[in-house]
Design a protein around this ligand. Sequence first.
Ligand code: ATP
Ligand code: MN
Length: 420
Amino acid sequence: MDGSEVTLAGHVHEIRDLGGICFLVLRDREGLAQVTVLTKRADRKLVETVRGVSRESVVLVRGRVKAEPKAPNGFEILPEAVEVLSRADSPLPLDPTGKVGAELDTRLDARFLDLRRPASMAVFKIESAVMRSLRNTFYENGFIEVCTPKIVATATEGGTALFPISYFEREAFLNQSPQLYKQILMATGLDRVFEIGPIFRAEEHDTRRHLNEAISVDVEVSYADHEDVMSLLENAVSSAYRYVSEICEKELQILGVDLDIPKTPFRRITYTEALEMASESGRKSMEWGDDIDTETEHYLGSLIGEHYFLTDWPSSVKPYYTQPYEDKPEICKGFDLMHPSMELASGAQRVHDYELLISRIKEKGLNPESFEFYLKPFRYGMPPHAGWGLGLARLVQTMLGLENIRDAVLFPRDRRRLVP
Ligand code: ATP
Ligand code: MN
């Protein structure tokens, strides 16, 4: 407080030299602090240092605090020593104060500088809070966190969209989903597992919601059906909103976001109902058995206007590990969690019967032999189970209304972008 001695380190946000008085505005994780140098009275060396420092350099200041109503926070620092710890080159690749706007590509190329902008930083503080809230939800519900391999020998769902890598004398792949491994874990007695980890998809499309590396929040639960894991999912999402609204007030304000906490339970709409809603609109109609296209997804989203589940999909659309309804095998216990603007998660009750799983794999035109490591546990006591995978960046993107998924990923990977 007034008169007390402080030591402060941070980036040089701004330098204003008015001749007799020179302001050095420092920025650290708490915000801005004004260092005021009375150039006539201060030590000559110190004045030279301050006048010679470049914007965004890292400096260390020792001095006394003085109340000053015109300074940020109502205080200024009268320095006794100023040391430049790391000098910044100029010109800067972008303006970290955000006064001069920059294209997304420029921002991502100089991400370390972009993140000095409060609005960019705020997204990742919120993302951290989201992960923390999700973990809290899982631990409160008796889950344990697991780590499954990301270098694998086979695809999860057939040959497409995989990144091959060379693995000594063999070919291997980057995992597109922890699906098979989290299911294997259901045979171990670890009845409730979650993993927050990367998935890799070699898809070539360039969209606002796809990247080639994404973080997936995955769960698998034994003795549970699709309904059980849908309620876990809606609670996890709604709790994450609530947690962010409680602990990230400042970040939300910086982003100008007014969070509406989604109310549970979310609406459930069957695939067939969704098709009817879409056809009533008189738009081009989809055939029963088609995957729901992006255009229809947007139309449904605008009609419903809040989070919802799409349930009871045709078995032919969902992967082989999705459990068909016993009395109506042409539909299955798979579901998608939808935000009005995009899919957030997919899940299902899984097939746990060995014979059924084999026949489902064959129906999809896949070879059960290449899944032997996955199928084996189903022969030695596999409990019924269900689970889902939720895209972390999409959750944050939709929560904050970000235009592009790249805004919700520190170092996004897409077709063109491999560095930084
Ligand atoms: P989409 O149909 O939107 O391409 P998907 O159905 O192929 O997604 P899933 O295999 O169901 O994706 O993966 C589960 C979740 O992981 C998705 O709902 C999404 O939130 C996230 N996800 C999947 N692929 C990507 C990606 N390429 N980029 C970002 N997030 C992704
Ligand atoms: Mn999906």
